[in-house]
Design a binder for this molecule. Structure first.
Ligand SMILES: Cc1cc2nc3c(=O)[nH]c(=O)nc-3n(C[C@H](O)[C@H](O)[C@H](O)COP(=O)(O)O)c2cc1C
Length: 197
């Protein structure tokens, strides 16, 4: 029987949505019926129980994931404990290849999972994008400064930057399908390490 899953995402400038849409295409190619939902448009009575699996994604702004994502993940945690579920984080920090950046992202994700009391079978962290074309004047200045300080390189606010590693996204989808089919690492008895990003 065809598996049915939902991907719920919280996005501000659209990169988390783009990643969700990419996943949906891949799931459908693999015979999984995947439906994306922007958390802002999610019906209040939505329940994960109508699905075989659930993926939740959120982007980081000022050190936080979208509040609505955290609230609903906490609400769904008991149901999610009974089915394959996964969380994906989207941030600029993930694009920085340093020990400090890895620690920062790991702490963000761990805090989110502790607060929501959700233990997804799969956790991934994807690098996001800098979408200067969608920022207003102040956000453009702020993000240029933050990005240059973090990378030590000049950033041109007249163009957009995309750091997402699409191969990692594809691997995440493949791994989730293994969980749906009961062949995931956790299902095979391996140690569950949600914080190992
Ligand atoms: C105002 C603002 C604040 C941000 N704060 C953070 C942050 O604290 N840490 C981080 O890693 N990335 C931060 N980012 C980068 C976003 O996480 C990144 O642009 C991501 O791709 C946004 O995803 P979205 O388009 O789905 O909202 C920030 C971006 C903006 C515009």
């Amino acid at each position: 029987m065809k598996h049915r899953i939902a991907i719920i995402y919280g996005t501000t400038e659209g990169q988390t949505e783009k990643i969700a849409d990419h996943m949906v295409d891949l799931f459908r190619q693999q015979g999984v019926e995947a439906t994306p939902y922007n958390i802002k448009e999610l019906p209040g009575d939505f329940s994960p129980t109508g699905y075989d699996g659930l993926i939740v994604g959120g982007s980081v702004h000022a050190g936080n994931y979208p509040k609505k994502i955290a609230r609903r993940a906490r609400e769904w945690a008991p149901d999610l404990a009974e089915m394959p579920s996964a969380f994906y984080s989207v941030s600029l920090t993930e694009s920085h290849d340093t020990e400090e950046a890895r620690r920062e992202v790991s702490e963000l994700v761990d805090t989110f999972l502790e607060e929501t009391r959700w233990r997804p079978a799969l956790v991934a962290s994807f690098a996001g994008a800098l979408k200067f074309s969608r920022y207003g004047f102040f956000k453009r200045k702020l993000m240029k400064n933050i990005a240059e300080r973090a990378t030590g390189e000049a950033v041109d606010p007249r163009r957009d930057y995309e750091y997402t590693d699409w191969t990692s996204v594809d691997q995440f989808v493949e791994e989730f399908i293994r969980h749906l089919e009961g062949r995931g690492a956790q299902d095979l008895g391996a140690e569950r390490r949600p914080s190992a990003l």
